[in-house]
Design a protein around this ligand. Structure first.
Ligand SMILES: O=C(O)CCC(=O)C(=O)O
Ligand SMILES: [Fe+2]
Length: 382
């Protein structure tokens, strides 16, 4: 049989490559029907991860791991972890975030010892060798909402399993572990973590270059009275439904992005022209796309507008995203640029602790000429 390279083995390079790929592989519907005819050149969708096989030489022949790793922490494990984290914190002079950050490697050791599967999934996720998201329930939580030292310490310790936590000065009062709850005056506002209106599909902080923005977004639930849900839609699931033409257009520098509300009003009105989709290496795609803050860079670029409309329509119709209620003791951590996330509108009290995590903060430190873990986003632009 004449085996053709699969989609991931032959990444998009030029219009010519695009045409031959389209001929070789056809539409996504055809991927599925091809599966039943031959498994040799099959491109199958397993849950929402795409598995492409183009024969024995295919680099991607082994099935990928599940998109979301789910971990249930039982009450005795949770209690043990609470005690050991509190014991570490007792060595601390105060519960301010700077001193908790110093102790985070010790907290990470407690997690590694007591919840090894959670630690392992974090490591695999950030290495891009495992799930795109990790979901855990039953983690120890604080009993009050005014002060959350245990949640703060757990957040920093989890971050320290795989890298460093960080924050931007302009967001959430520059608090390293952001407290996501409606801010006075912003209640009901859509498309911001500081409001309670619907937060549509997005990645965080597209306005900043990928080397200055977060790799992981970690959300730890403290309270969620109306059980508002958070959705995560993986990039493979999006790409499997996007036309090849729009995929190509969206991967070109033809879009402008507005900064998020949470960055305040001092930012420039728009980014330079950027793509929505890009490759970090051949066949490994990433996405940076706040659905509510993206525009074609030229008003006469109809192809860019059509591709954007196709993507937005697909997302607004989506019923396949993973859905989580991040209640007390629930953790959802995902790769920012490997999917889109969204949150339903809600009423009642809700508090999540959000931590941004990168393997390495040196690009931000170098660019902003600052040390520490909180960065002035203005210095990271351009
Ligand atoms: O509140 C949530 O569930 C998600 C919040 C969010 O997406 C954000 O703050 O960027
Ligand atoms: Fe977000």
């Amino acid at each position: 049989m004449n085996l053709k390279p699969c989609l991931r083995c032959m990444p998009l390079k030029s219009d010519r490559a695009l045409t031959s790929q389209t001929q070789a592989i056809g539409t996504n519907q055809e991927f599925n029907s091809a599966t039943s005819i031959t498994s040799q050149i099959a491109c199958v969708s397993e849950q929402d991860r795409l598995v492409y096989r183009c024969g024995a030489s295919c680099k991607f022949a082994s099935p990928p791991p599940p998109a979301v790793a789910s971990i249930t922490v039982d009450p005795s494990q949770s209690e043990r972890l609470r005690k050991s984290l509190i014991q570490v914190m007792d060595h601390n002079l105060g519960s301010n975030l700077e001193s908790l950050l110093q102790l985070a490697p010790l907290g990470a050791k407690c997690i590694r010892d007591q919840l090894p599967s959670l630690a392992m999934q974090y490591e695999r996720m950030i290495a891009l060798e495992g799930p795109l998201a990790v979901h855990a329930t039953g983690l120890p939580t604080d009993s009050t909402i005014e002060s959350t030292p245990l949640g703060d310490f757990l957040s920093l310790s989890l971050a320290s399993l795989v890298g460093e936590p960080f924050q931007y000065l302009q967001q959430n009062s520059g608090r390293l572990v952001a407290r996501l709850t409606p801010s006075p005056g912003l209640e009901g506002k859509p498309n911001t973590g500081e409001g309670s209106g619907e937060f549509e599909f997005h990645t965080d902080d597209r306005i900043l270059a990928p080397s200055y923005s977060t790799e992981l977004i970690q959300l730890l639930g403290i309270r969620n009275d109306s059980m508002a849900s958070t959705r995560f839609l993986t990039l493979p699931s999006i790409l499997s439904r996007l036309s090849r033409k729009s995929w190509q257009t969206l991967s070109e520098k033809r879009y402008l992005f507005k900064p998020p509300i949470s960055f305040g009003a001092k930012m420039p009105a728009f980014s330079d022209p950027l793509p929505v989709l890009w490759q970090i290496q051949a066949g490994h795609w990433q996405i940076g796309f706040p659905i509510f803050n993206c525009y074609p860079s030229r008003t006469d670029d109809e192809a860019a507008r059509d591709a954007l409309t196709e993507l937005i329509t697909l997302l607004r119709k989506d019923r396949s995203a993973f859905r989580f209620v991040i209640g007390p003791g629930c953790l959802l951590t995902f790769l920012n640029n490997h999917g889109l996330h969204a949150r339903a509108p809600f009423s009642g009290y809700r508090l999540l602790l959000r931590t941004y995590i990168r393997k390495d903060l040196s690009p931000l430190r170098l660019k902003s000429q600052s040390s520490g873990n909180v960065f002035d986003a203005d210095l990271l632009l351009s």
